[in-house]
Design a protein around this ligand. Sequence first.
Ligand SMILES: Cc1ncc(COP(=O)(O)O)c(C=O)c1O
Length: 362
Amino acid sequence: MAVPLFDTATPLAPLRAEIDVAMARVLDSGRFILGPEVAAFEQEFAAYCGAAHAVGVANGTEALTIALRAMGVGPGDDVVVPSFTFYASAEAIPPTGARPVFCDVDPDSACATAETVRAALTPATKAVIAVHLFGNVAPVAEIEALGVPVLEDAAQAAGSRSDGGRPGALGTAATFSFFPAKNLGAFGDGGAITTADETLADRVRTLRLHGSRDKISYEQVGYNSRLDELQAAILRVQLPHLDGWADGRRAAGDHYAEAGLGELVTLPAPAAGAQPAWHLYVVRSAHADELAEALAGATIGCRAYYRTPVHRQPAMAPFGAHARLPATDELARTHLALPMSPVLTAGQAAEVVAAAPTYSDR
Ligand SMILES: Cc1ncc(COP(=O)(O)O)c(C=O)c1O
């Protein structure tokens, strides 16, 4: 039986009637931009994260650029960012005028650590982007103890928890993506910025609206970057289910471990104190490409997301050419995402394991 790489439809099916009602409410209201649904979602999402403020924006990439600018990042500044991440984590930096400086990651958690960040600090470092990759939770407090503000890239970590709190409430600010395949997914693009800092939240609100408070007077060169009312209404239906879905993702990880996957490949490890809501379940193997071929042959979804790490991408040549990031290069070569969803069953996990060949070296 085929096992899909992810399954967004099954968890949403029982919510269909409620989503239809929410969408009809927006259509009937005639309010589509920055109305009551966005305001209510912002309050509900801030409360969920344990942050004082949430501000809805158009997507997770603009969320990063806007948050960095609100944190005062601009021309002449450096921003430390892992190279083993989705390209947007770094792509969002140059539009502020600042320069990305790439850091390595811990091979077990796939997240940056205080040590890997320290090695990348420069006299011009203004901020660090800590990516909670694959739903794991980066050690934000330890990184912030280096004396630099941390922006959490929590695009992949809605629903995750850590001993220090939830992603979204760990750093100076945090950004989320509501791209449809994310743990909390809209029916189109969407994003949010969370923070405990009222002044920062105010700057973000202005930046998302063309640098204006009222579209009469323009204080800054900003963005047209808003979460739509329709998307906010859909996200409000889903938010109460996020913790249950996160439990399902963790249970799916347990199913893999119980089925013996750890004897064939290296399993992802929660960072210290983290309870990840696995967005992607990414294993490591010295034979990742052969493994992918074998799984694909058995109609099991799998994908190497970041074979070429960001610092080696052509567009990042001006910033990444001299970076030496051994753990990143190794992860880029060996990682493979296996099927993961809130509803992945023990039977499906066993099928994946049964289709994976045994290699004498993992
Ligand atoms: C780690 C990370 N950062 C940023 C983004 C950008 O989010 P978006 O696609 O909503 O712009 C994504 C997702 O696509 C992501 O996975």
